[in-house]
Each structure stands twice: as C-alpha cells, then as structure tokens.
Design a protein around this ligand. Structure first.
Ligand SMILES: [Ca+2]
Ligand SMILES: [Ca+2]
Ligand SMILES: [Ca+2]
Length: 159
C-alpha cells in the first residue's frame, strides 16, 4: 500500500513538475486546461475563459487534441466548446482570439456542413462511439467550455 502511494506521488510529481497550474487546472505539456461545468453559448464560454485569465482551447497539434479527447472521455458531458469559429468569414475557420487558421483539424466526416447556414462555432462532440469536431450554432447553450492558459514553466526542472 505504501509503495503504491509512493508510486502515485512520484507519478504526479513527474507529470506536473514541468508545468505549474492553478488549482482545478490540468497540466499538459506547456499549458493548463480547465473543464467547465455549465452549458454555455460559444461566446459565453469565451468570456468564461477570459474571466479565468485564459482562452477557449486551441488544438495546435494532434497530440493536444488526443489529450483533450482522452480527458473528456471519462466525463458525462458529450459536448465541449473549443475555440474554433468561422463566424467572421464563412468557411474560413480560425482560432478565436488569434484569428490563426488551424494547422490540424479533426472534423467528423461531412463536417463542417454549416447546416441551416448558421453553424459557425466548433464543438468536440461525442457521437457513434467517438469524439470529433462538429460545427454548430454559436448561440446554442449546449456545450461546456474547455479553457487553456500558458503554464508557468519551472525552468529549473525542465529537461
Ligand atoms: Ca493549445
Ligand atoms: Ca459556418
Ligand atoms: Ca454541423
């Protein structure tokens, strides 16, 4: 039992030593992530993250996307906002806050389809046994926020 506890503490020490995050935030590589608890519209979700000194998550890499998908797999909510939108120009998907186009995408087959000509925001949706990106109406209060902030890197321990 003691050995087990020792392994657990060693594990949390090795995974969290490089990045320091506020309480409730999950460290991963150089970022910290906060998973919301209420259904918000896309812009409300953006504001929620802003209030927490962060932004809606930007999936720069497949690795980051997989980390997020693995994490929400164990939660009951099936819809999560990520910070991708084409609200400024149809079919021009950009990260909310930087206006950078995504390098990597993980859309469901057939998405984004801009159904009803009013789907301008991106959520991570669980459907048919898998998680993938899906465009949906920004004003629907159907998804939880995933926020991301830069982690405080402890330079002394990295490496
Ligand atoms: Ca990111
Ligand atoms: Ca659209
Ligand atoms: Ca859609």
């Amino acid at each position: 039992m003691l050995f087990f506890l020792f392994c657990i503490s060693l594990l949390s020490w090795t995974t969290e030593s490089a990045t320091t995050c506020p309480d409730q935030w999950i460290p991963y590589h150089e970022s910290c992530y906060l998973f919301g608890h209420t259904h918000l519209s896309f812009f409300e979700a953006g504001y929620y993250c802003q209030q927490h000194n962060s932004h809606l998550v930007r999936m720069e890499t497949a690795t980051e996307n997989n980390f997020i998908k693995n994490h929400i797999r164990y939660m009951t909510e099936a819809r999560w906002w990520i910070g991708l939108t084409d609200v400024y120009a149809e079919h021009q998907w950009v990260w909310y806050g930087t206006n950078e186009p995504p390098v990597f995408t993980d859309w469901y087959p057939g998405q984004p389809d801009d159904q009803g000509y009013e789907e301008d925001c991106c959520e991570l949706l669980y459907r048919h046994g898998q998680w993938a990106w899906h465009d949906v109406d920004c004003n629907y209060h159907i998804s939880y926020a995933i926020c991301e902030m830069d982690g405080g890197i402890d330079q002394g321990i990295v490496g």
